[in-house]
Design a protein around this ligand. Sequence first.
Ligand code: SF4
Length: 144
Amino acid sequence: MSAMIDSSIGMRRSSLEELEDKALQLIRERGDEGIYQHELWKMLGLDSREGSRLALRLLKKGLIVREPTVHNGRRTYKLFLAKQVKKKPKISIRIGNAIEVPCFTCRNLDKCHNGGFYDPSTCPILASWINGKIRTIKQLMAEQ
Ligand code: SF4
């Protein structure tokens, strides 16, 4: 009995996954244009209740996004494939320190670039500021 229930659940799960795959394929094919959710239900042969459940599952898994819109005077949603966003590393900068960098107040900042007349790799103002910071850090370390 238990084996029958398990196999029935397994079959339902695999057909659900197939349905999700088909839905994702159809949404993917629309690209940036997206697809109206009722259009997708029709293509998959689902009624609105089944279709809404499918969309919610895909939303919960983070595979799609939906945007509210109006189609033929009715409020509905457009579905899009979720972009796989790479997690950006968090960079923490204390503005108190960054504001001391001479480049922030330099009148040549917009003309300054590697290989240019004003070049950060050869700039005496920047080098002097960095050397000053290094001296301060060395002194602090020596005092500890
Ligand atoms: S590197 Fe030198 S020239 Fe370039 S913006 Fe900074 S201070 Fe100015």
